[in-house]
Design a protein around this ligand. Structure first.
Ligand code: ATP
Ligand code: MG
Ligand code: MG
Ligand code: MG
Length: 559
């Protein structure tokens, strides 16, 4: 591809509205353009990366025995009414009516639709198991679309659904998909961790999320270095419902609400390092479970609270919002009537005390010793955060990291098949509900997550497997005939083996180099002053390494 013909509108300035690095670089590099909040166009470069990620996904899904189909984005409301999700899903589900006043949803996910298809087809155990997937545009009217492609309202998802006669068969497919996901994310070049997660509104039981590690991530994961075990802290909510009563509780000391207003005060009170930052907490207000992430901002010397369910940022001073978030009676801000469970936080102790006026008689911390440094938390403490079977090693500190959920695998069971009457005849000829699994990957979110992990201050550094082109060929001086001639020749030759982007523009070298760094192709071939001697320069984007080579040896150098 000749760059003079490519729609690649690069920008020098950081777009004002873009908080996340990936958002900034994808806009600046001319990969995407926003059309409305959370709604984007993929320009040719962005489209190429998206295509490469899809290819990896298709290859691994097909290899794992799944088959591709394509379902509609527009789905009849009646299907969502069968499972009750027309009501449950809330405003995130985009709804519309046709000219005959028939109601539809824009597909946020496709459990109902796929179940409606297979209930008429997979009617015998002989046809099972089966795994069907699609790569398709999804619609979710997110309360806070943000970070570019990371949380869009229109986004690309790979969603797969499997159908089984027995639980054991589902278990086997779950492992198969888990392994396929690991191969997919390995191939995209992402650093990620599979974590145990909460199944949330979708129903079902066993589930893992694939979390790409990045500070911008909206999820907090807890893990130990000494084992493979990791969990999304949202798990704490699930645990709480079951174990609150049996938990080992200890009373909270009363704190002067006026005096303990800053991180410094809290730190002094708790005898901990004031630089302690992201923490999580789960507590219960007036019988309702509230999950919050509490963030101590040392710089601003204040405590921020984020409702993990809604993504709301509030400050302690903002009484009206706290009243709303914690459902406290205005004016009184408390007391909290139900047990308070700290998962891993000191700031919350302050929060609860200072904001809600905690009262000894009915407020309790469990499990975690609030006076101990977080870094010393051990497996013993993790037990309170996660449910069930941990990895065998019980030693070592517990660590926290931020993650971007790029994929999730679920064991759905019969939640959808029972609600929608999707049955098959078993070996004895009796009808039973199909046992289901479902498996999602955020394709467009993965693209952004890769950029979050692979960039420097000059631009993106694409991993080879997903890069929009393999090679960037640059004629440094487009007015120099020798250079242009050699560059054209190399464009032909390299094009036999590689996907080459040829910067043939009549621009200054500085402009070409800045654009090349920004869009981040893995290898650059500069044709410059030594073109006459048949010598060019190969530059590796990731390391900055420069190798001068004769064109005869170019192929070996590039490999
Ligand atoms: P989140 O917790 O981030 O809202 P989710 O759990 O609601 O995600 P799933 O229903 O599990 O998402 O959908 C499967 C995958 O689709 C997710 O793992 C994620 O990678 C991707 N995804 C979900 N919502 C969005 C979005 N608004 N924009 C981009 N990708 C998304
Ligand atoms: Mg969501
Ligand atoms: Mg999620
Ligand atoms: Mg999910």
């Amino acid at each position: 591809m000749k760059q003079s013909r490519l729609l690649m509108p690069t920008l020098r300035e950081v777009p004002a509205d873009a908080e996340a690095v990936s958002h900034q670089l994808l806009v600046r590099g001319g990969f995407i353009r926003q059309n409305a909040a959370g709604i984007y166009s993929y320009l040719p470069l962005g489209h190429r990366v998206l295509h490469n990620i899809q290819t990896i996904i298709r290859e691994e899904m097909n290899r794992a025995g799944a088959q591709e189909l394509l379902m509609p984005a527009i789905q009849p409301a009646e299907l969502w009414e069968e499972t009750g999700r027309w009501g449950i899903y809330g405003p995130e589900l985009m709804r519309l009516t046709d000219r005959h006043d028939r109601r539809f949803a824009l597909g946020a996910t496709h459990e109902e639709l796929i179940t409606s298809i297979v209930r008429d087809e997979l009617n015998s155990y002989k046809k099972l198991p089966m795994n069907l997937y699609q790569i398709q545009t999804k619609y979710r009217d997110e309360r806070r679309p943000r970070f570019g492609l990371l949380r869009g309202r229109e986004f690309l998802m790979k969603d797969a659904y499997s159908f089984h006669a027995t639980q054991e068969d589902l278990d086997e497919e779950y492992t198969n998909m888990y392994n396929a996901y690991s191969r997919i994310f390995d191939r995209t070049g992402l650093k990620y961790r599979p974590v145990v997660a909460d199944s949330g509104a979708i129903g079902g039981k066993d589930t893992h999320e694939f979390q790409a590690l990045a500070d911008i991530g909206e999820d907090t994961i807890v893990y130990t270095d000494s084992s493979n075990y990791a969990a999304n802290i949202e798990m704490a909510e699930t645990l709480d419902r079951y174990e609150m009563q049996q938990a080992d509780v200890r009373p909270l000391e009363k704190v002067d609400t006026e005096e303990n207003r800053t991180i410094e005060d809290v730190a002094k009170f708790l005898n901990v390092d004031p630089k302690t930052t992201i923490k999580s907490v789960l507590f219960n207000v007036d019988g309702e479970t509230v999950m919050a992430i509490v963030r101590g901002d040392h710089e601003a010397n204040e405590v921020k609270v984020k409702n993990a369910l809604g993504g709301l940022d509030i400050q302690l001073e903002d009484e009206a919002k706290i009243v709303e978030l914690f459902n406290c009676a205005p004016g009184t801000l408390g007391p909290i009537h139900a047990p308070v469970k700290v998962v891993a936080d000191y700031a919350v102790k302050y929060l609860v005390d200072a904001v809600c006026g905690a009262n000894e008689a009915n407020t309790h911390f469990t499990g975690v010793n609030a006076e101990r440094d977080l870094a010393e938390m051990t497996y013993h403490d993790l037990r309170f955060v996660v449910e069930g079977d941990l990895a065998p090693d019980e030693s070592g500190p517990v660590r926290f990291a931020r993650g971007i959920e790029v994929g999730q695998v679920f064991k759905l069971g019969t939640r959808y098949s029972e609600a929608m009457g999707a049955t098959f005849l078993n070996e004895e000829g009796r009808a039973e509900p199909l046992i289901m699994g479902c498996y999602g990957i955020g394709v467009s979110r993965t693209l952004s997550a890769i950029v979050e992990q692979h960039h420097d201050d000059r631009g993106i550094i694409w991993p080879r497997n997903v890069a929009p082109f393999d090679l960037h060929l640059i004629a440094i001086n487009a007015k120099d005939e020798t250079q242009v001639e050699l560059a054209n020749r190399l464009y032909e030759e390299l094009g036999q083996t590689y996907d080459v982007l040829f910067d043939d523009r009549k621009e200054r070298a500085g402009v070409k180099f800045a654009d090349a760094d920004l869009i981040g192709l893995p290898i650059r071939v500069n044709v410059g002053k030594k073109a006459g001697e048949g010598i060019v320069e190969v530059k590796v984007r990731a390391t900055g390494e420069v190798i001068e080579t004769s064109i005869d040896e170019l192929n070996e150098v590039i490999i």
